[in-house]
Design a protein around this ligand. Structure first.
Ligand SMILES: [Zn+2]
Length: 509
């Protein structure tokens, strides 16, 4: 059964039950005919009460509403049967609905949290009702364009000021939570800002991605891309400042880069190159959900450029290309037996010893391409085996991860790993090619000159490889320390945001 969440929405004296599945589709069991399918239950006009027919009772009935959480010995306990909620005790207080700052983070990665009774609008409204960190003026609130319903949870779209300081704009972006799969509120705000404040751009909204481009007839086109989503919040919202540092989930990865691009979109109407901006969803989750992949499939004509710059955090240095990544499972087998009579068995975990010996003896390459040194690595990242505490195991699986330089393509990387583990049963479970640096392309060389720094190799796999696969040279360049990405103490040095905007403006003006 597809796991579902029940979201009771109160409209007047009525309570309706809105189900949202893992894939953000509404559960057809509860739909009433007048409701069109949508992923935005909170912004729809109220509907007549419907009785919940969920296989697991959701406890919500028309005209009646039960709390979703209770306090038990100082702990907040979630009453929902299908989800675990990580809300902290401090979260339950009189202000918990109206104030984001008093609310805890939600760890419902990519799903709707039952805590958000008002849906997305409630959260955005809460985030927007506070002044942005640092007292800037990058954000205000406005009635949502999709409004007009009778619901008490009327939609509010955060208004972003693209002409404000990019640092304030970054704080405003950070204060609209956008965990992967739940970027709709932020995409609404970005779309509204581009349509209102950048009339020189053609704007396209597709899913929770927003694209914009110029049509100036320039000789070259530069594509600036950034993902809008973040990893799950780690008690690190709303944003706050400490000296030059701006703290908060997504500051470094990568709303600082998004802020730089959005600021340029709003303040650079006549760039030297034609520009395409791509703000997309679901970068932090599995590849098949990646918004850039969806854009590639559905709006391929938007991904045409002579150079792509991905605003991932690089400490405002140019990180060129990226490594490829391969995961493989190597299996060993044996014969099961009672461990008290072990001579009757054959231990599969012991039989994995040669696999580990080959890994320990492996010498990885350093590969210099266009002056960038890519360091390879082959590591065991998981080992699984064992039946019980008194059984000689008959199966063992070692998972290895090979990070390879972009001079190998996917086939070459697979061939190499098969050679290393020759004689063992090996299954490839994940394989993504890397991207060559492409620094010899004129637009790339020009950009590197504008930064005034020598490029280095990108360690890790990023979406630049998608651009490389499309034949577009691509670079990583953005404010923020990549080592702080996904951490609880994630922050960005605001001076890097200003520097990135300056470098990009120089390059594009
Ligand atoms: Zn990122």
């Amino acid at each position: 059964m597809d796991a579902l969440l029940c979201l009771p929405i109160r409209t007047g004296r009525r309570v309706r039950c809105v189900w949202v599945s893992r894939a953000k589709r509404r559960c057809s069991d509860t739909l009433v005919p007048s409701v069109r399918p949508s992923v935005r239950p909170s912004v729809r006009p109220s509907v007549r009460p419907v009785r919940c027919r969920r296989p697991v009772p959701c406890r919500s009935r028309p005209g009646r509403r039960r709390p979703t959480h209770a306090v038990d010995r100082g702990e907040v306990r979630c009453l929902r049967p299908l989800r675990r909620c990580s809300r902290r005790p401090a979260a339950l207080g009189p202000s918990r609905v109206g104030s984001l700052s008093a609310r805890p983070s939600c760890v419902f990665r990519g799903r709707w949290c039952p805590d958000r009774r008002g849906g997305r609008a409630g959260r955005v409204a809460s985030a927007a009702s506070r002044p942005p960190a640092g007292g800037g003026r990058a954000v205000s609130t406005a009635p949502g364009r999709r409004g007009g319903g009778r619901s008490v949870a009327s939609p509010v779209v955060t208004r972003l000021d693209l002409t404000a300081s990019p640092v304030d704009l970054c704080a405003a972006l950070v204060d609209v939570p956008s965990v992967s799969g739940d970027e709709g509120g932020l995409a609404d705000a970005v779309e509204a800002a581009l349509r209102e404040q950048a009339p020189h751009l053609e704007v396209l909204r597709t899913g929770d991605a927003v694209l914009a481009r110029t049509h100036l007839g320039r000789g070259d086109r530069v594509l600036l891309a950034g993902h809008l989503d973040t990893v799950p919040i780690a008690d690190n919202l709303p944003s706050h400042r400490d000296g030059h540092l701006l703290y908060g989930c997504g500051t470094s990865d990568m709303k600082a880069g998004d802020a730089a691009f959005l600021h340029l979109a709003g303040t650079l109407p006549t760039p030297r190159h034609d520009l395409t901006f791509v703000f997309y969803d679901c970068e932090e989750v599995e590849a098949e959900r990646n918004g850039l992949g969806r854009i590639e499939r559905e709006h391929r004509d938007w991904l045409v450029a002579d150079l792509a710059i991905l605003g991932e955090p690089t400490n405002v240095g140019v990180e060129a290309g990226c490594q490829g990544t391969l995961r493989a499972e190597i299996s060993t087998t044996g014969r099961r037996a009672h461990s008290a009579r072990s001579w009757l068995g054959d231990n599969a975990i012991h039989n994995a010893t040669p696999v580990l010996q080959r890994l320990a003896a492996y010498t990885a390459r350093d590969v210099d391409i266009d002056g960038c040194v890519y360091r390879e690595g082959l590591q065991a990242v998981r080992i699984a085996g064992g039946v019980a505490g008194n059984v000689v195991p008959d199966a063992c699986v070692v998972t290895v991860n090979f990070r390879f330089a972009p001079d190998r393509d996917a086939a070459a990387a697979e061939k190499h790993v098969r050679e290393v583990f020759d004689g063992f049963e090996l299954v490839i479970t994940d394989l993504s090619p890397g991207a060559l640096p492409g620094l010899t392309v004129p637009a790339a060389a020009e950009f590197i000159a504008a930064t005034g720094a020598a490029p280095s190799a990108k360690y890790g796999w990023t979406d630049v490889s998608r651009f490389a696969a499309l034949g577009i040279p691509a670079l990583n360049y953005g404010p923020g320390d990549p080592n702080l990405a996904h951490t609880r103490e994630e922050n960005v040095d605001t001076r890097q945001i200003t520097e990135a905007v300056g470098v990009l403006r120089r390059f594009l003006s």
